[in-house]
Write a protein that binds this ligand. Structure first.
Ligand code: PLP
Length: 425
């Protein structure tokens, strides 16, 4: 590949002084120095912890190192960083006010836009994070059915609240008492779990495809999705689609519309406002009363700025053909990666939709090869992730793509060297 495009920069050559200072200060005033999904702790040491800015498909860390961004803030950025129309909308709203005694008119504009964009939706509610949205969906389902139990797929991530967090420190048995599990794409396992819940099954939560962090991704079997829909209708349980990670990246509507399966409730966040903080719960008519009956709120949930950003984001996604652009860029990325791995005889799995891919290496115990690959990529100016799916934005240009592929080619060389017993990073 075109090595001259992006010379290999060893980790020693990449300045890290501001990041190192911030990490030291953070250790004193932030538990663990950082926490949550953006902690660089588990990542190879070539990764920066603190970021400075972004523009289009490029991001810069606090030391000024530039990267092609294949993580997109873990999903929120779909149109690229600092998309002009999206940034203008909250700026204009801020001239009036953002956080007020009541929502701005834009709340109704956004609800109308979502109802007209997402087929199953007859109403919308708003919050801040994906966890808010999935949790509200469960609360509405319980209020609607008068039942308690919720089924989720084993290994699926639906947020960080006690009912669903993957880490059990500080979580009580009572927090999880009403949770049951099934296997994604295995309808028989859902039927068995539903039987186990008996007459107390309130809802089944499902993600559009299997995107559990650290594992090969698995697209949904349409027959599984249809089976879930039929089962829920038959037993009076609520079908909740967790579209937090996929929503507005794969399709302009809920992610199961292309396969013709409509949920009762859906949870949204991440890409809905191109990085501005907002989440939404969308629901069909039958659930309106239950949604109106529960008490959910938050000091910042009704801030007008993020809602204005969401209106602009959905408009730009539609007007700029952004979903198609992400698919095109992701398809080219996939083709390049597959070709590079094949050329070096490296066995990989590259799974998931083009705009949300994930790369694993055959027989890669403890992510050793994935870490080698990621470390080499970040050292050459491409920000991807060894244990989480990547995200492609609509801002990715051919030049960005060429630079990304030049770096991944070098990263495959590093993996090859490691497999051969060499030490190239
Ligand atoms: C599928 C899914 N559901 C829910 C969440 C929780 O969203 P948030 O981190 O905004 O609370 C996430 C976050 O990654 C997610 O990917």
């Amino acid at each position: 590949m075109t090595e001259q495009l992006i010379p290999a920069i060893s980790r020693e050559d990449r300045p890290r002084s501001v990041d190192a200072q911030l990490r030291r200060r953070a250790q004193t005033v932030i538990p663990g120095g950082m926490y949550g999904h953006q902690s660089a702790g588990p990542l190879p040491r070539e990764y920066p912890q603190f970021m400075r800015e972004g523009l289009g498909a490029r991001v810069w860390d606090v030391d000024g190192n530039e990267y092609v961004d294949l993580m997109c803030s873990y999903g929120p950025v779909v149109l690229g960083h600092k998309h002009p129309a999206v940034e203008e909308a909250p700026r204009a709203q801020a001239q009036l006010a953002d956080c007020q005694n009541g929502p701005g008119a834009v709340m109704v504009d956004l609800a109308e836009l979502l109802v007209s964009t997402v087929r199953h939706a007859d109403w919308a509610m708003f919050a801040k994070n994906g966890t808010d949205a999935t949790t509200i969906c469960c609360t509405i389902a319980r209020a609607h059915t008068g039942r308690s139990r919720i089924l989720v797929a084993t290994g699926a991530y639906h947020g960080a609240a006690p009912w669903c967090t993957p880490r059990l420190a500080g979580v009580t048995a009572e927090d999880r008492a009403n949770l049951g599990h099934y296997t994604f794409n295995d309808l028989a396992s859902v039927v068995a779990a539903a039987k186990d819940a008996g007459t107390d099954l309130a809802a089944i939560v499902v993600s559009p495809f299997k995107h559990d962090a650290g594992f090969d991704q698995e697209l949904v079997d349409p027959a599984f999705a249809r089976g879930l829909r039929e089962l829920c209708t038959q037993i009076g349980a609520v079908l909740i689609l967790d579209d937090v990670r996929c929503g507005f990246r794969l399709h302009l509507g809920s992610s199961w519309e292309p396969i013709g399966v409509l949920p009762d409730l859906s949870a949204w966040s991440k890409a809905i406002a191109n990085g501005h903080p907002l989440a939404a719960v969308l629901g069909s008519e039958s659930f309106r009363d239950a949604a109106a009956s529960i008490f959910v709120t938050g000091s910042f949930w009704f801030s007008a700025g993020a809602m204005a950003a969401a209106v602009a984001t959905i408009g730009a996604l539609r007007d700029e053909g952004a979903i198609e652009a992400m698919d095109r860029a992701g398809t080219a990325l996939r083709a390049g990666i597959l070709q590079q791995a094949a050329a070096r005889g490296i066995a990989i799995n590259y799974t998931g939709p083009a705009a949300m891919p994930y790369l694993t290496f055959a027989g890669d115990r403890n992510y050793g090869l994935a870490n080698t690959f990621a470390a080499a990529a970040i050292s050459r100016g491409v920000y991807l992730h060894p244990r989480h799916n990547w995200f492609v934005s609509a801002a990715l240009t051919e030049a960005d793509l060429a630079q990304a592929l030049a770096a991944t080619d070098e990263a495959f060389a590093a993996v090859h060297a490691r497999q051969e017993g060499g030490v190239r990073t």
